[in-house]
Design a protein around this ligand. Structure first.
Ligand code: PMP
Ligand code: GLN
Length: 380
C-alpha cells in the first residue's frame, strides 16, 4: 500500500512499554501514574453510570463540565472563557491537537514545531497535507530561541505549536518568553496551538505561563489540556480545548465528525470533582515536587546525571558516564540488562543533536516502584 504516513511506525512509548513488560523491567518509560485515581472521582464516575449517563453526551461536552472548566480557568489564570462558545470537551489532548491542526491547516501550509516535541504533532500535520518546520530548542536548557522561530516563518506559516511545561524536558516558558512570543506573532495571522497538559505540575513556586493569561495570545490560540495528567487517569482519555468562538466553531466541525462526543460518564465525574476539590489541582505541583526531589536525591548516588526539572513528571538523565551507546540502543540495553525502562530522546526530534546521551524517566510512580528502579540503577 502507498502509505500516507510512510515515516510513522509504532510509537516509542508503546515499543518501550512492550519491551518492559516482556523483560519484567520497572517501567519508567511511557508517562502514566501507577497510583490510584482520587476516590471521589471513581465514586463520581460510578454514580454517573448508575444514574444513567451512558448515552451520547452533547457534542461540545456537558454544560456542567464546561462551566466547571470555565470557573477553574478563571481561578487559575484570571480570565473566564465562555463555556458555550469557547470550550470543547475532547477525547484526550491527542484528539484536541488533531482537531485543532485539521481545523485550520491547509495542504501546502507550514506548521512550526519546537524540537524535541511530542510525537502526535507531526503525523497530524502530515495528514493535513502540510509540512512541519522543526526549530530546535536550546540543547542544554530546552529554552526557545525566538530569533530562530522568527527566521523559520514564511508566508505559508499557518500555525505555531508550543508546549509548556515541556515533554520530554520539563522546561517551562518564562514571562519573557511569552512577551517574545507576543511580539513575534504581532501583526501576523499565524495561529497558536498551546499544549498545556502539564499545566498544574509546576515546581519551586514557579508560575505556569498559560497562553490564557495573555489576551493577545489567546485571541489566536487553541489551548489544550488533559484530565489524564491532572487526575492520574491517562486511560480515561478526556481533555479539552479553549479557543475563541470563531476558532472553536471550526474546531468543533472536526470534533463533530471525528468522535462526535466524548465519554459521557467521565464528564459528569470531572464536573463534580473540579468544582468540589480545587485543592486537588492546586496541590498537584507540591505532590509531584516531593516525588521529583526524592528521585533526584536517589539519583545522586548513581552515575546518571539528572538535568533540572522545572515542571511535568519526567526526569531527564545524562547517561554519558555509564555508556556511549546511542539513546535508543541504551534504552534497550538498560531494559534487558538492568531491568529499568526509560524513553530515549531522539524520537522526539527531526534531527537529534549529535552525541546527545539523554534518557527520560517518569517519576509519576509509587515510592516502591521508584525504590526498585533505584536499586537497579545504583548498580550501573
Ligand atoms: N501532549 C503532551 C505533551 C503529552 O505528554 C501528552 C500525553 N502523554 C499528550 C499531549 C496527550 O494527552 P492525552 O493522553 O490526554 O491524549
Ligand atoms: N504522553 C505519554 C508520554 O509522553 C505517552 C502517551 C502515549 O503513549 N501515547 O509518555
Amino acid at each position: 500500500l502507498d502509505s500516507k504516513l510512510p515515516q510513522v511506525g509504532t510509537t516509542i512509548f508503546t515499543v518501550m512499554s512492550q519491551l518492559a513488560a516482556e523483560h519484567g523491567a520497572v517501567n519508567l518509560g511511557q508517562g502514566f501514574p501507577d497510583f490510584p485515581v482520587p476516590s471521589r472521582l471513581v465514586d463520581a464516575l460510578s454514580h454517573a453510570m448508575q444514574a444513567g449517563h451512558n448515552q451520547y453526551a452533547p457534542m461540545t461536552g456537558i454544560p456542567a463540565l464546561r462551566q466547571a472548566i470555565a470557573a477553574k480557568t478563571e481561578r487559575c489564570y484570571g480570565w473566564r472563557p465562555d463555556a458555550d462558545a469557547e470550550i470543547t470537551v475532547t477525547s484526550g489532548a491527542t484528539e484536541a491537537i488533531f482537531n485543532a491542526i485539521h481545523a485550520v491547516v491547509r495542504a501546502g501550509e507550514e506548521v512550526i514545531v519546537l524540537d524535541p516535541c511530542y510525537d502526535c504533532y507531526e503525523p497530524a500535520i502530515d495528514l493535513a497535507g502540510a509540512r512541519a518546520v522543526h526549530v530546535p530548542l536550546d540543547p542544554a536548557s530546552f529554552a526557545p530561541d525566538w530569533d530562530a522561530v522568527r527566521a523559520a516563518i514564511t508566508p505559508r506559516t499557518r500555525l505555531l505549536i508550543i508546549n509548556s511545561p515541556h515533554n520530554p524536558s520539563g522546561a517551562m516558558f518564562t514571562a519573557a518568553d511569552m512577551q517574545a512570543l507576543q511580539d513575534l506573532l504581532h501583526g501576523t495571522d499565524i495561529l497558536l496551538l498551546s499544549d498545556e497538559v502539564y499545566e498544574h505540575i509546576v515546581f519551586d513556586g514557579a508560575r505556569h505561563e498559560s497562553v490564557l493569561r495573555y489576551p493577545q495570545l489567546r485571541a489566536r490560540a487553541f489551548v489544550i489540556s488533559s484530565f489524564g495528567k491532572t487526575y492520574h487517569c491517562t486511560g480515561w482519555k478526556l481533555g479539552y480545548c479553549i479557543a475563541p468562538p470563531a476558532l472553536s466553531a471550526e474546531f468543533r466541525k472536526v470534533h463533530q465528525y471525528n468522535v462526535f462526543c466524548s465519554f459521557n460518564p467521565a464528564q459528569h465525574a470531572f464536573a463534580e470533582m473540579i468544582a468540589a476539590e480545587p485543592e486537588h489541582y492546586e496541590t498537584l505541583g507540591a505532590f509531584y515536587q516531593a516525588k521529583r526531589d526524592r528521585f533526584r536525591a536517589q539519583l545522586a548516588s548513581t552515575r546518571l546525571k539528572p538535568l533540572p526539572v522545572p515542571g511535568g513528571y519526567f526526569q531527564l538523565v545524562d547517561y554519558s558516564a555509564v555508556s556511549d551507546l546511542p539513546d535508543v540502543e541504551f534504552a534497550r540495553w538498560l531494559t534487558l540488562e538492568h531491568g529499568v525502562t526509560g524513553i530515549p530522546l531522539s524520537p522526539f526530534y527531526a534531527a537529534p543533536p549529535a552525541g546527545q546521551r539523554l534518557l527520560r524517566l517518569c517519576f509519576a510512580k509509587n515510592d516502591d516502584t521508584m525504590n526498585l528502579a533505584m536499586q537497579r540503577l545504583s548498580k550501573l
